[in-house]
Ligand binder design. Structure first.
Ligand SMILES: [Zn+2]
Length: 361
């Protein structure tokens, strides 16, 4: 695991060992593979068909304005589903046992407008290691527009962030386009130095962007649609994808029940006791019994399990969650789950409100 100068984790501890042992036993006793396998492949085909059908109908069939809006929303939701279910697992190497399959599927990120190279650093390394540590975790960095963590300086405009933040969430996909190019040029993510993409990585980033803007903007114009209609549809589709993705991420970490940390850390020179404890206490599950959300969000409503076991495919999270909950209870680690999506959403709204209030500064 990479570590920052500010933060060091104890990699092994009794709690983490016991979690690993019990989860390993679950898979061994049932003779199960930790990867997505045929179940995830079937799901991926369904999501791929959903995306392609939405796109083809939107671009190549005569539809009224309301039909186009519905299809664009459907396309945005399908793109988010690709990100949650295919891209996310593949970039964590949990989609398939075969590393080449993971590599190929990880580039679905480039096809939906992001960069698999930047994502792996920003998400796999930075977010998964420094979860909810202000100044390091890019997922809680909306500064200066939003204040999501106590470690961030409060500005006057944050007082009303609860009202204006939602359209910003819709900008996520468009922000990726700019961030990816900036990262390739500056070699920085969220102020942290990273290795610049080179060779094949740079080629994939450039080809990925060309392919994405090719299908999102160029092909619809070649098919005869007016440039302004294409641009508006692109913005709306991105907006839907951005809101769905941002909310899914925020409801797992930016809620009242999650813990946050400032940097530089003062206690014990920034050394956390336990990496596993940190992951659980900075993350909150939601809607664990909601079959549709669990299917659609690629298990990201079970983010505690995902943060502990990112190399296990999301299709297993509902089954391993009770084990994680049980071991946490045995070791006195706080494990939190919101019963429903709405409860998690309200908690996020209250958190935004609290972070914007003057006394929270
Ligand atoms: Zn992840």
């Amino acid at each position: 695991m990479q570590t920052s100068a500010h933060v060091r984790f104890e990699k092994r501890d009794e709690f983490h060992d016991e979690l690993q042992r019990r989860i390993a036993a679950y898979f061994e006793e049932r003779g199960l593979s930790r990867f997505g396998g045929i179940r995830l492949l079937t799901k991926s085909v369904m999501i791929g068909l959903w995306l392609v059908a939405s796109y083809l109908l939107l671009v190549f069939s005569p539809v009224p304005l309301w039909g186009a809006a519905l299809l664009a929303a459907s396309l945005g939701a399908a793109m988010a589903a690709v990100g949650f279910n295919i891209t996310h697992d593949a970039n964590h190497d949990s989609f398939s046992r075969n590393k080449w399959v993971n590599l190929v599927m990880s580039h679905t990120m480039d096809l939906i407008g992001g960069s698999s190279y930047v994502w792996r650093i920003k998400h796999n390394v930075i977010h998964h290691t420094y979860t909810n540590i202000a100044g390091l975790d890019d997922d809680i960095n909306l500064y200066p527009w939003g204040r999501l963590a106590p470690g961030q300086r409060r500005l006057k405009l944050h007082r009303i962030q609860t009202f204006y933040i939602w359209p910003l969430y819709g900008m996520l996909g468009i922000k990726w386009h700019f961030d990816d190019v900036l990262t390739a040029i500056t070699g920085k993510v969220s102020g942290q130095k990273i290795r610049r993409p080179d060779g094949m990585e740079l080629a994939c980033l450039i080809i990925g962007k060309a392919l994405f803007f090719g299908w999102a903007l160029v092909l619809p114009m070649v098919a005869g649609h007016a440039w302004w209609a294409v641009l508006l549809t692109y913005l709306f589709t991105e907006f839907v994808m951005g809101v769905v993705m941002s909310l899914t991420f925020q409801l797992a970490h930016c809620v009242e029940e999650a813990q946050f940390f400032p940097t530089p850390l003062t206690a014990d020179e920034g050394k956390f006791q336990s990496w596993a404890r940190h992951q659980i206490e900075t993350t909150v599950d939601f809607a664990p019994r909601n079959f549709f959300l669990t299917w659609y969000m690629g298990g990201l409503n079970y983010q505690i399990e995902h943060h502990l076991f990112p190399r296990i495919s999301h299709i297993h999270y509902p089954k391993i969650a009770p084990i994680v909950r049980q071991v946490s209870a045995e070791f006195g680690v706080r494990y939190t789950a919101h019963r429903s999506f709405v409860r998690a959403l309200f908690s996020h709204v209250r958190w935004l409100h609290r972070m914007g209030r003057p006394e929270a500064a």
